[in-house]
Write a protein that binds this ligand. Structure first.
Ligand SMILES: NC(=O)c1ccc[n+]([C@@H]2O[C@H](COP(=O)([O-])OP(=O)(O)OC[C@H]3O[C@@H](n4cnc5c(N)ncnc54)[C@H](OP(=O)(O)O)[C@@H]3O)[C@@H](O)[C@H]2O)c1
Length: 322
C-alpha cells in the first residue's frame, strides 16, 4: 500500500511476479482521478485488482510492497520502496514494474524518499551526466527554491562541491536556497540576473546554468555563462520556450544541452537507474536532504496543485496517503 505520494509521479508498469499473497478481491482503495481535463481531480474508492502472474502490488513514490510476483528479486513484501511512473500515482495502491522500484533504507523517512526520484534524478543527470560539473565550478540555478531547483542546490553544493548562485522570484525563496547551501542569490523579480551574476563573479560568469524557467530568465542566464560554460535546458515553468542565438555559443565556446529525465528510462535505463540509486545513497549517507515544503492529504489534492501553480510552493509538495 502506498504511504506517500508526490505530485504526478508513481509507478507505471506492472511490478513483477509474485506467488503467495493475493489482494483481497473485495477491498477498495482511494485514488485521485482525472475525470475530465481542466476540472479538479476527484477522490474515488476503487476496487483492488488481483495480481496477474507477472504482477505484484506496489505503490508509487514511496511506500511498502504488499506483494510481489514470481521472479521479482530486487524487492520483497514489506520492503520500503520508491518508484516512478507517468500517471496513477495519487492512490493508496498501485501495481508497478519491479524494475522501476528502488528499496529505501529505514533511516530515510517516506516523505524524504518520495521527494527523491524526479527532482534528484533530474538534478543529478543535469549536473553530472549532461553538464559534467566539476568541484569548484560555479553553478547558476533558476527557480532555485522549486523542487528541481533545491535539488540542484543540494547536489551541486553537497555532492559535487560546486558553488551555487541561486536565482529565485522572491526574497523568501532566495533565503531558503541560501539556507540549503547556495553561496549567493539573485531575486529576479527585483534585479537583472545577468547584471547580478557579473557582480558576483567579478565579470567571469558561471560555468554551468541549470534552467527550469525558459523565457527571458533563460536568455539572461545564457549571457551569464563563462568561457566554455554549459547551459542545461530542463523546463519552461514560465511558459515561454526561448531561442538560442548561435553566435553566443560560438563566441565563448558555450555548450547548450537538454535534459529530459524521463526519456532516460526508455533510452538508457542504466543511466536513469544509476541516478536514482545515487540519490538514495547520498540521502542515506547524509550528504543530501530533500526539502519537503508542504504535505497535503489525498482529499486535498486539488489544493496541493493550486499551491504549486500559484507559485507558493518551495521544494517538493507531497501527498500523504495515510
Ligand atoms: N526535463 C526534465 O526532465 C524535467 C524534470 C523535472 C522538472 N522539469 C520541469 O522543470 C520545471 C520546474 O519543475 P519543478 O518540479 O521544479 O517545479 P516547481 O517546484 O513548481 O517550481 C517551479 C518554479 O518556477 C518558477 N516560475 C517562474 N515563472 C513561473 C510561472 N510563470 N509559473 C509558475 N512557476 C514559475 C517559480 O519559482 P519563482 O517564484 O522563484 O520564480 C516556481 O516555484 C517545470 O517546467 C517542469 O516541467 C523538467
Amino acid at each position: 500500500m502506498a504511504r506517500w505520494d508526490p505530485f504526478g509521479q508513481g509507478l507505471q508498469r506492472p511490478l513483477a511476479l509474485s506467488s503467495s499473497v493475493l489482494l483481497q478481491p473485495q477491498r477498495n482503495y482511494r485514488a485521485a482521478l482525472c475525470m475530465e481535463l481542466t476540472k479538479p481531480l476527484v477522490v474515488h474508492d476503487i476496487p483492488s485488482t488481483s495480481l496477474q502472474p507477472h504482477e505484484g502490488s506496489g505503490m508509487e513514490f514511496a511506500g511498502d510492497v504488499m506483494e510481489t510476483g514470481i521472479g521479482v528479486t530486487n524487492v520483497k513484501e514489506g520492503d520500503r520502496v520508491i518508484g516512478v511512473t507517468s500517471t496513477k500515482a495519487l492512490a493508496e495502491e498501485y501495481i508497478a514494474d519491479s524494475k522501476l522500484l528502488w528499496a529505501i533504507p529505514q533511516k530515510i523517512p517516506y516523505e524524504d524518499a518520495a521527494a527523491l526520484p524526479v527532482s534528484y534524478g533530474t538534478a543529478i543527470l543535469a549536473l553530472e551526466h549532461r553538464a559534467q560539473t566539476q568541484p569548484g565550478e560555479t553553478v547558476l540555478v533558476t527557480a532555485a527554491a522549486g523542487a528541481t531547483g533545491l535539488a540542484v542546490v543540494d547536489v551541486a553544493t553537497h555532492v559535487l562541491k560546486a558553488k551555487v548562485i541561486a536565482a529565485a522570484g522572491s526574497d523568501r525563496k532566495c533565503h531558503l536556497a541560501l539556507q540549503r547551501g547556495a553561496f549567493q542569490s539573485v531575486n529576479y523579480s527585483k534585479t537583472s540576473v545577468r547584471e547580478e551574476v557579473k557582480k558576483l563573479t567579478a565579470n567571469k560568469g558561471v560555468n554551468v546554468v541549470i534552467d527550469t524557467i525558459g523565457g527571458d530568465i533563460f536568455k539572461e542566464a545564457l549571457h551569464s555563462l563563462a568561457w566554455e560554460g554549459r547551459i542545461v535546458v530542463v523546463g519552461f515553468a514560465g511558459g515561454t520556450i526561448p531561442s538560442i542565438p548561435a553566435n553566443l555559443l560560438l563566441l565563448k565556446n558555450i555548450s547548450a544541452l537538454g535534459l529530459y529525465w524521463g526519456r532516460y528510462r526508455d533510452q538508457d535505463f542504466p543511466v536513469f537507474s544509476s541516478a536514482l540509486s545515487s540519490a538514495v545513497l547520498h540521502c542515506q549517507e547524509g550528504r543530501i536532504k530533500p526539502h519537503v515544503g508542504a504535505v497535503f492529504k489525498l482529499e486535498e489534492v486539488n489544493e496541493a496543485f493550486a499551491h504549486v501553480t500559484q507559485r507558493k510552493s518551495t521544494g517538493k509538495v507531497v501527498i500523504s496517503i495515510t
